[in-house]
Design a protein around this ligand. Structure first.
Ligand code: SF4
Length: 206
């Protein structure tokens, strides 16, 4: 990105970027067009094919609605696992796990923002009602204090994009890591083959 706009926005996925963009614009002109550069860095998305689907979704969105963008295409499983296992085992609670995940992604975003000459950073995770907004704000401020940049704690959830904006764009069914994939499906009756019965838990032979 050359002639950087003021805000480097970490992007978790195309649907959240579209929501943040609609919320920033309100009913006026596109507030992102001149003010935002985006940064896709998500070593938390697994497995590989899911990561590629989400990256591709973002690229399709940006073809329709261009913004200056830096997309880290490298699959980050190793980076994510090293961070999660830095204490020898994964964090005990979901909150602690997500805190480390936010630190990893916002830390890299702030580092990149400084390097590229941005004055501030934020994240489209703040556009999702599935994320812990208070925890994100806390870690955003913590990261800002270390980097010397401003963290923009905007409420990006105010306005959903219209249906046409995201037509044909992949929308993910779980947050990203394999822990979240298990949390999404472990109590689900969803099964692999249409028309077949859900799998029974072990020990239930009926
Ligand atoms: S649930 Fe989402 S935010 Fe939390 S660790 Fe997994 S990918 Fe990261």
């Amino acid at each position: 990105m050359t002639n950087s706009p003021p805000l480097l926005l970490h992007v978790c996925c195309a649907p959240c970027l579209a929501t943040a963009r609609a919320s920033a614009a309100g009913h006026g002109p596109d507030a992102f067009a001149a003010n935002v550069g985006i940064f896709f860095y998500n070593p938390n998305i697994h497995p590989l094919m899911e990561f590629r689907r989400r990256e591709k979704a973002l690229r399709v969105y940006l073809e329709r609605y261009p913004l200056p963008a830096e997309i880290v295409s490298e699959y980050g499983l190793q980076t994510f696992l090293e961070r999660m296992l830095s204490q020898g085992k994964p964090p005990a609670s979901r909150r602690d796990r997500c805190a480390e995940c936010y630190r990893l992604r916002l830390g890299k975003t702030a580092e990149t923002a400084r390097f590229r000459g941005f004055a501030a950073f934020s994240t489209t995770l703040l556009a999702s009602r599935e994320q812990d907004r208070d925890l994100l704000a806390e870690i955003g401020r913590e990261t800002a204090a270390k980097s010397g940049l401003a963290f923009i704690d905007a409420d990006w959830r105010k306005i959903l994009p219209d249906a046409a904006t995201l037509r044909g764009i992949y929308k993910q069914p779980y947050c990203g890591c394999l822990f979240s994939e298990e949390e999404r499906y472990r109590d689900s009756g969803k099964h692999l083959y249409k028309g077949s019965k859900p799998l029974q838990p072990p020990g239930n032979t009926r």
